[in-house]
Design a protein around this ligand. Sequence first.
Ligand SMILES: [Zn+2]
Length: 370
Amino acid sequence: MHSVVEDIPLVPSSIGTRRQVTVHRFGVGHSGPKIYFQAGLHADELPGMVVLSHLVKLLQEREGEPNGEIIIVPCANPIGLSQRIQGYHAGRADLGLGGNFNRNFPDLTPLVGVQLEALRSEGLAMNREAVKRAMLKAVSALVPKNELDSLKQVLLTLAIDADFVLDVHCADEAVLYAYVSNPEHSAADLLSRYIGSVATIGGVPELTDFPTACLLPWRAAQEIIPDVPITECLSATLEYRGSKGLRDDVAVEDARGLIGFMEAVGLLKGATQPPSQVVTCHTTLDCVDYVRANAPGIVIFSKTPGDHVQAGEEIGTILDPASGDRSSLKASASGVIFGYLYSQVVIPGGTVAWIAGNSPIEQQTGDPFP
Ligand SMILES: [Zn+2]
């Protein structure tokens, strides 16, 4: 399959430096659906970058052309990739003033509204294509003040008009799971099955991460033109297990799962049967128990990701090694543990484990992963 590689420069952060985002494009200019993949927005989450690297290679080796457009950004965050503290890589948050790299993406909904009204006044038919055009214009109207703004604008420019936006991450230690912003989307279940998601959590978070920033403009556009049904993008975060123990054979299979999904939604020829052996726990954000530390110390788990637990059951302890005291960590929800911190010193209030429950629970305030 033919691909085009493009290096998109970012606004420099200091004199004498210029970083770039490398994008692989397949099916450039093809009509049909568009899918967008990125990995490494949290630049210390390596499995996704390996998976997308394999995906690029598998597609390049494949015969034929896609029935649409495939955009792949294996390293979405060259800023985070470059950060070191005392020799250790630190890629989750901007060491400047930007905070968590996957937060505070611009809310494009007001700009999309303005652009859509402008297109309507020009006499353009109000339909899905007009919405895509308005969204692209809205992103191009952003004025980046710094390198991080510039990175966010570049990524949104590549993704905003895609029919499928798949942002690839991982946890410290976890099963394969996914956050799907709109689980009611017709392709959402296929996605869970093809990637082999053990837990799929539906719902839009109350923060502007990348998938949310890509989804909300579709909903704003639908409110502006309520008479025309607009199929919004499928927007999801794919969490490829834990950050440790990278293996090429696993990553290749994960990439093949993404190819299977693209076949299933018609982007690639040769549809396969969806995998049936995967048992996915489907739940929603309000049912997720983000277990928080109740004391400082070293967290030691007695359960592992994938284990089923009952509400009130102990999942581990926090050890104060100086005194020998231990604090019990208990589940608030009955469900499956889908991820936890990897051998860490914890502070009170920090999220240490996450459980996909089967009924709504009272949520603690604050971002569980700031
Ligand atoms: Zn992440």
